[in-house]
Design a protein around this ligand. Structure first.
Ligand SMILES: Cc1cc2nc3c(=O)[nH]c(=O)nc-3n(C[C@H](O)[C@H](O)[C@H](O)COP(=O)(O)OP(=O)(O)OC[C@H]3O[C@@H](n4cnc5c(N)ncnc54)[C@H](O)[C@@H]3O)c2cc1C
Ligand code: SF4
Length: 478
C-alpha cells in the first residue's frame, strides 16, 4: 500500500507542472504530499553538502542557521531542528511558505550553483514548523516577570507582530493598534490564501493574544485615535504601518468601471475566504469569474493577481509588462507558476488607455522595445510607434506597486522625519526615528519589501526598545 502511494506521489510530482490548474489533482497532490512530507524533508535536508561556506545563511535576511537545522532534520532530530530554526525567525512557517527563496537562501545554495538543483530550504523550514505546531513544540509566550513599561505598536503586519513577540516575551506590556478588523497586515489581506493559508497566520495572532498582547483593531491612527494620544499612553512606540498608496496608471479611461487596484482585488478575495460579506465581490466588481482579465505590472503583486484570477475561473488572464521576462522585478519562480497555470504574458507592452467608456471593454496596448540603459544600468522601455492594438478586457487590475502614505501630515506629527521617498527615516541598526522613544520598522522604512525583512526589522527594533526602556529616565529623555 505504502509502495502504491509512493508511486502515486512520484507520478503526481512529475505530472504536476502540467496539471496544477486542475483543482482535484492539486488536492490529491497536497494530500499525498503531506503524507510523504517527512520523507521529502529528510531527503532534501540530507542533500545539503554542509559546504562550510553557507551562502544560504548569509543570503537569508534573518541569517537562519540553515546548514545546522538541515543536518538535524536529516538525522531525524526534528524538535532540535525546529528549536534552532525558530531561534532566529519569529514566523518560520510563514517564511518557509512565502519567501522568494530563489532570490534569497535557495538562490545561493552551492548545490544549486553547481547545477544540481537547490536544497528546498523553504519547504523544510515550513515542514519543521508545521510539525512543531502539530507536536506542541511551539513555545507559548510566558514572560518570567511582568514589567510595568508599555509599548504601543502601530501596525499589525509581520514587522509589528515580530516586535510584539520579542517585547512580550521580555515581560513588557504591549498594545498593537491596527486599522483593519483582523491583525496580520498583508499576511492576512494582501498575500493570497493559495500561497499562505490564513489559519497559519491566525494561529500566530492567537498565540500573541494568549501571551498577553492587546490588540486594538478597527482603529485608524490619525483618524480614530491621534498619534500623540497613543504616544502619551506608552513608554515607547513602534510605527510599522507598511506602504499602501497604490501607484495608479495615468491614461485616458482609467476611471472606468472594471479598472481596479490590485490590493482592493486581493483583499476582496481574501475577505471572501474568511467568509466575510463582500458586496464588491458578489456584484462582480472585484471578481474575475467568467471574465477576460488583464493585469498590468510585473512584480509579485501582479503574479498574485493573475494567479487569483485563474482560481476564480476567469475566461482568460493576460499580464502586460513593459519590459521583457528577463527584466521582470518579480520572482522568476512566481512567473513560472503563473505560466504553468495558464497565464498569458504579454511582454514589452504598456497600457496607453482604456476603451469602452463608462465600463471598460479593452486596454489600448502600445508595444515597447528595450532601449539604452538608464542611470541605474537598466534598459529603458521605448514605444514602438504604430504598433498599438486593443486587448479586450472585462476586468483590468492595476498592479504597479505601492508608495508610503504621508504619515507626518496624516497623523499631525510634522516633526517626524521622512526620506525624499516619503518613507520614515530611521536608524539603520536601532530603527530609532528622530523622535524620542519612537521607532519604525518594515515597509514604512524600507519601501515595499519582503515579509522576512519586516520580521528582521521588527525583532531588531524590539531589541533597541528594550535597551531604551532599560535606560534611566533622564538619559532616555536627553
Ligand atoms: C499582494 C502582495 C503580495 C506579497 N507577497 C509577498 C510574498 O509572497 N513574500 C514576501 O516576502 N513578501 C510579500 N509581499 C510583501 C510583504 O507583504 C510586505 O513586505 C510585508 O507585509 C511588510 O510588513 P509590514 O509589517 O511592514 O507592513 P504590513 O504587512 O503592510 O502591515 C502594516 C499594517 O499597518 C496597518 N496600518 C497602516 N496604517 C495604519 C494606521 N494609520 N492606523 C492603524 N493601522 C495602520 C495596516 O492596516 C497593516 O495591517 C507582498 C505584498 C503584497 C502587496
Ligand atoms: S527565512 Fe526565508 S530566506 Fe531565510 S531560510 Fe527561511 S525561506 Fe530562506
Amino acid at each position: 500500500m505504502a509502495g502504491q502511494k509512493m508511486l502515486k506521489f512520484v507520478t503526481l510530482h512529475k505530472e504536476m507542472p502540467q496539471k496544477r490548474s486542475a483543482d482535484l489533482r492539486a488536492q490529491d497532490f497536497d494530500e499525498i504530499y503531506r503524507e510523504f512530507a517527512a520523507e521529502k524533508a529528510a531527503e532534501q535536508a540530507s542533500r545539503c553538502s554542509q559546504c562550510g561556506v553557507p551562502y544560504c545563511q548569509s543570503h537569508c535576511p534573518l541569517h537562519n542557521n540553515i546548514p545546522d537545522w538541515l543536518r538535524l532534520t536529516a538525522e531525524g532530530r526534528l524538535e532540535e531542528a525546529y528549536d534552532l530554526s525558530q531561534a532566529t525567525n519569529t514566523f518560520p512557517e510563514i517564511c518557509g511558505r512565502i519567501c522568494p527563496q530563489d532570490r534569497l537562501c535557495e538562490g545561493n545554495c552551492v548545490i544549486e550553483n553547481s547545477g544540481h538543483g537547490t536544497v528546498t530550504i523553504g519547504s523544510v523550514e515550513k515542514y519543521l514548523t508545521d510539525k512543531a505546531w502539530e507536536m506542541g513544540w511551539v513555545k507559548s509566550i510566558k514572560p518570567r516577570n511582568e514589567r510595568t513599561e508599555s509599548v504601543g505598536i502601530i501596525g499589525a503586519g509581520p514587522g509589528g507582530l515580530a516586535a510584539a513577540d520579542v517585547l512580550r516575551r521580555a515581560g513588557v506590556q504591549v498594545t498593537v493598534y491596527d486599522r483593519y478588523d483582523r491583525a496580520g497586515g498583508l499576511l492576512t489581506y494582501g498575500i493570497p490564501g493559495f500561497k499562505l493559508e490564513k489559519p497559519v497566520v491566525m494561529q500566530r495572532i492567537e498565540q500573541l493574544e494568549l501571551g498577553g498582547v492587546q490588540f486594538v483593531l478597527n482603529c485608524k491612527v490619525g483618524e480614530d485615535l491621534s498619534f500623540d494620544a497613543i504616544r502619551g499612553q506608552h513608554d515607547a512606540i513602534l510605527i510599522a504601518t507598511g506602504v499602501y498608496k497604490a501607484r495608479d496608471i495615468e491614461a485616458p479611461g482609467v476611471g472606468a468601471k472594471g479598472v481596479v487596484r490590485a490590493l482592493d482585488y486581493l483583499t476582496a478575495s481574501n475577505r471572501k475566504s474568511f467568509g466575510d460579506e463582500v458586496p464588491e465581490f458578489d456584484s462582480g466588481e472585484l471578481n474575475a469569474t467568467g471574465k477576460r482579465v488583464v493585469v498590468i505590472g510585473g512584480g509579485d503583486t501582479a503574479m498574485d493577481c493573475v494567479r487569483t484570477a485563474i482560481r476564480q475561473g476567469a475566461v482568460s488572464v493576460k499580464c502586460l509588462y513593459r519590459r521583457d521576462k528577463a527584466n521582470m522585478p518579480g520572482s522568476q519562480r512566481e512567473v513560472q507558476n503563473a505560466e504553468e497555470e495558464g497565464v498569458d504574458f504579454v511582454w514589452l507592452s504598456a497600457p496607453k488607455g482604456f476603451t469602452g467608456g463608462e465600463v471598460v471593454d479593452g486596454v489600448m496596448v502600445q508595444k515597447m522595445r528595450l532601449g539604452a540603459p538608464d542611470a541605474s544600468g537598466r534598459q529603458s522601455p521605448e514605444v514602438i510607434e504604430g504598433a498599438d492594438y486593443i486587448e479586450p478586457a472585462d476586468l483590468v487590475v492595476q498592479a504597479l506597486g505601492f508608495e508610503p502614505e504621508a504619515v507626518p501630515s496624516l497623523w499631525g506629527v510634522p516633526d517626524l522625519a521622512v526620506t525624499r521617498w516619503g518613507t520614515i527615516k530611521a536608524d539603520f541598526r536601532s530603527h530609532a526615528t528622530n523622535l524620542d522613544g519612537v521607532y519604525a520598522a518594515g515597509d514604512i522604512v524600507r519601501g515595499a519589501s519582503l515579509v522576512v525583512w519586516a520580521i528582521r526589522d521588527g525583532r531588531e527594533a524590539a531589541d533597541s526598545i528594550l535597551t531604551y526602556l532599560a535606560q534611566p529616565a533622564s538619559v532616555a529623555a536627553e
